[in-house]
Write a protein that binds this ligand. Sequence first.
Ligand code: IPE
Ligand code: IPE
Ligand code: MG
Length: 257
Amino acid sequence: MNQPAPDLTVNESLLEQYDGAVPRHVACIMDGNGRWAQGRGLKRLRGHRAGAKSVRCVVESCRYLNVDVLTLYAFSSQNWQRPRGEVSGLMKLFDIYIKKERRRLVKNGIRLRVIGDRSRLSDKLQGAIAALEAESASNDAMLLQVAVSYGGREEILRACRRLATAAAAKELDPDAIDERMFSRHLYTGGLPDPELVIRTSGEYRISNFLLWQIAYSELYFTETLWPDFNEAELLKAFADFSRRQRRFGKTAEQVTS
Ligand code: IPE
Ligand code: IPE
Ligand code: MG
């Protein structure tokens, strides 16, 4: 997945100095937009709008650094419970994001995939998502997964239901269900698991994000609010990741030998 980066609006002089490890799959819980706005006496939606700038920065920085997969948590199944105006404002922002970033994503070789229960989105938004997924389907410089109307438990239940249906129809032997098969039935479709999960805004929880997939991910928490997250913050997270020893149950000696 190494292609020349055609058109990136990132701080390249900062990124090019980085010589640590780059995770192949990075997942971000983009949190703190509301507090960013409220701290400035602004409406929460202004924070979400500011957060969209960080999205472009992180997408293009990851693209520059040759990350293979970037998964962004944009809206959870539980976020539907927010005030109606905030929900509709966020939906409008997704629509704007897709329109505004379409050209840049395609030009930069980025493939878009939306994960989550998209049946709850408006027909118009579903159409815009499907069109960009189709348009970017052959791009292979980076996969950008955006989790919208997404919940990890919901995703696991959906996979269980699909497998149970196949087993009940005698198309599948229950004994054949293993981790590989199960993960192929998740929205993430058998992709490599995230190596690094970043959560902004000083909250130390997972909030129903990629529950199956993060079994062995490295977790990085920062106090920085998502709209303030930028190239330097991303590199801090990557540098921290570089210092981790991933042992997967083995001893340190086993891993280094
Ligand atoms: C994250 O920011 C974005 C979404 C959940 C959509 P928040 O809106 O949760 O911001 P805070 O946590 O209220 O500051
Ligand atoms: C998690 O953020 C969901 C997203 C970032 C989209 P929340 O702000 O909704 O999480 P909780 O509810 O505080 O755990
Ligand atoms: Mg929050």
